[in-house]
Structures are given as structure tokens and as C-alpha cells.
Write a protein that binds this ligand. Structure first.
Ligand code: ZN
Length: 204
């Protein structure tokens, strides 16, 4: 796919994942950004920085925006969804804890594998995300389990940040995240729509 102009992400949007990380579910969506330079495609290697410590996969449903959204209602946001992509929000946990903000923890090069864009189904609450780590299923959840549903998230983001065509929203990861090691393969699939599989290598 074409590199998105920006990638807006949501943390702790599934109860079971917030719990496994020892966090409460936030009262409002917890937003952060990943830079376009972190994007890689299927087959490209996720590079683990030598000094990063623990780096996890996070399988997520990615939503591609097809129109300008500024202070949009949920209905306007819903209509503006152009497509769906499988996304892996690769996350360096030690940096996440240590840095106080998540620029390198979430934004390092190769930390955002994205699959090919698929047309959005009529009912996006039925979307399902699955993550396989070395061929073993580790995550499976439906969009209906999200704390904040997709139209609400887009509307909420657009109150503060104008969304533009091609921008991507990552909607949070369900329970089951785990650490990546060199030699691993990790695959995220939005069932029946988009899939991205990547090898993992030691970086510099
Ligand atoms: Zn995430």
C-alpha cells in the first residue's frame, strides 16, 4: 500500500489486554502516533534494535480513512472508512516504561508491518483479528470486543487531529501479546480480508 500520511493508534482498547499488561481500561481512548517511516510490508523483516530489550508483537485491525474527517460524527466517520488492513503494532516494552512517551518504543523503523488494503465490510463490528507467532495462534478477537468501537474512535480522534485520506487508525490489540526473538515469524490477519507476515531479525 501507499505509505500513510499518519498513523493514529489507540492503546488499551480491549479489556483482557489492558489487564494482562497490569493497566486499567482508560475512561477516554489513549492516543499515540507511529511515524510513516515505521511502515514495512509483508515479507520484510522486523528489526529488533540491539538495545531495546523486550519487543512484542501486537496484532491489530487497521482502518484506512477515505475522506477528510474533522470534528466528525460517528455516522460521518463510519461512512468515511475506505478499507481495512492487518497491522502489527510492534512495541518495545522497556522503552515504553522508561521513556515516558512512546516515540522510539512504538515508532522505530520496521515497527509497523501493514498488509494490503481490503474493502471494508458493511458491518465492521464483525471484523476479527488473529495473530500467529511461529505458526501458533496467540491472539484472536472480534471488533465487537473493543472498549471503544471504530466509529467512536474515528470521531474522537477527529475532534483533535484532522484525519485525511490514506491515514490509518490502529484500533488496539487484544490479549495474548508476546516477545519476539530473531528467527521468529509473526503473522497478523484480519480474517478473510488482509494479512501480513514478517520474519524477525536482530538489528544493529
Ligand atoms: Zn497497539
Amino acid at each position: 500500500m501507499q505509505r500513510p500520511g499518519k498513523i493514529v493508534c489507540v492503546g488499551r482498547n480491549y479489556r483482557a489486554h489492558a489487564k494482562e499488561m497490569g493497566n486499567d481500561v482508560p475512561a477516554e481512548p489513549l492516543l499515540f502516533l507511529k511515524p510513516p517511516s515505521s511502515v514495512i510490508g509483508g515479507g520484510e523483516a522486523i528489526m529488533l534494535p540491539a538495545d531495546a530489550g523486550r519487543v512484542d508483537f501486537e496484532g491489530e485491525i487497521g482502518v484506512v480513512v477515505g475522506a477528510i474527517l474533522r470534528r466528525a460524527t460517528e455516522e460521518e466517520a463510519s461512512r468515511a472508512i475506505r478499507g481495512i488492513v492487518a497491522a502489527n503494532d510492534v512495541s518495545a516494552r522497556d522503552w515504553q516504561k522508561k521513556d515516558g512517551q512512546w516515540a522510539r518504543a512504538k515508532g522505530s523503523d520496521t515497527f509497523l508491518p501493514l498488509g494490503l488494503e481490503a474493502p471494508v465490510p458493511r458491518d465492521h463490528s464483525t471484523l476479527e483479528v488473529v495473530t500467529r507467532h511461529n505458526g501458533v495462534e496467540r491472539q484472536r478477537a472480534s471488533a465487537s470486543e473493543m472498549v471503544f468501537p471504530i466509529p467512536f474512535l474515528l470521531s474522537y480522534v477527529s475532534r483533535y487531529i484532522t484525519l485525511e485520506p490514506g491515514d490509518v487508525l490502529l484500533t488496539g490489540t487484544p490479549a495474548g501479546v508476546a516477545q519476539l526473538a530473531p528467527g521468529d515469524t509473526v503473522e497478523v490477519e484480519v480474517v478473510g480480508l488482509s494479512r501480513v507476515s514478517n520474519p524477525v531479525m536482530a538489528g544493529g
